[in-house]
Design a protein around this ligand. Structure first.
Ligand SMILES: [Zn+2]
Length: 278
């Protein structure tokens, strides 16, 4: 089940998002065949990515979050678009050592005016790092409770809650958000037992009018294609590609996000340059 609920609460002073991403995170684990620790880190970052993608305003927009772990321990990258098509990959980082690393967020508005924010990672916990990012880089007080829980290869639950204070919020609204976040001791358990609907009910039944909840369905979907890879190959020039064919017999391009190999043989490359993309 994948769901994203968005609404305004506390007299429209707080933007509330509840995400259930269990299916999406399971898909990511299976594509990359990850161990539970790596799947947890990637799954939690994908869930944060779903939240950010849900905040995008126009069709061409996209977001990406890249985390480089401490002392070259590895990296993880997720990206998504306004349709909540998410993808990501993790390169080692299976020990979950994030503290001391670095996070970069790019919000592309589709018109070559990307917003880039960055911060140092303050903890090994994805939620704490996201809070720190919003506080430092976007100056938006935010409470993040996201979690992905695994039993071996099985994602038991993934998702969480993000509460963001809107400009002009009162002190009471700030306290309300802090209190709610403190109540969420085990958000993965809540998601597993109650789902996104149940989490809404459990914590926000007095605040939420379901008539004003915006619901979307995120999914894990890579946007790569043979045609896109072919257009990138064209920029390398015919000489370069032919020398790869000489040496390796084919040109092979791997998409890290969906683990797909695109292979181009001598004929394919020839046709490529005759504008017959295969
Ligand atoms: Zn792909």
């Amino acid at each position: 089940m994948n769901r994203l609920y968005k609404t305004l609460i506390y007299n429209k002073q707080v933007s509330l998002t509840v995400a259930e991403t269990t299916g999406l995170v399971q898909h990511a684990r299976d594509i990359h065949n990850l161990n539970p620790a790596a799947a947890k880190t990637l799954g939690e970052l994908l869930t944060c990515g779903v939240y950010m993608a849900g905040c995008l305003k126009s069709e061409k927009c996209a977001i990406s979050i890249t985390v480089k772990g401490a002392e070259g321990s590895g990296s993880v990258s997720v990206s998504g678009d306004i349709a909540l098509h998410m993808r990501g990959y993790i390169d080692s980082l299976s020990d979950g050592k994030l503290a001391g690393g670095f996070m970069t967020v790019i919000k592309d508005d589709g018109f070559f005016r990307p917003f880039t924010g960055a911060c140092e990672l303050v903890s090994d916990d994805v939620s704490e790092n996201m809070e720190h990012y919003f506080d430092l880089s976007e100056q938006i007080p935010t409470k993040v409770r996201v979690e992905a829980e695994f039993d071996g290869t099985q994602c038991l639950a993934a998702g969480g809650v993000v509460m963001q204070l809107l400009p002009g919020h009162s002190r009471e609204a700030f306290d309300f958000v802090c209190e709610k976040a403190a109540e969420m001791a085990d958000i993965a358990e809540d998601i597993r037992k109650l789902g996104a609907d149940g989490v809404m009910n459990k914590y926000f039944s007095n605040e939420v009018s379901l008539a004003h909840v915006y619901i979307t369905q995120p999914e894990y979907r890579c946007n790569c294609s043979r045609a896109k890879i072919a257009s990138i190959l064209l920029t390398m020039g015919r000489g370069e590609l032919e020398s790869i064919i000489e040496e390796q017999g084919e040109v092979s391009v791997h998409c890290h996000y969906c683990n797909t190999d695109y292979k181009f043989n001598r004929d394919d490359i020839q046709k490529l340059f005759e504008n017959k993309i295969q």
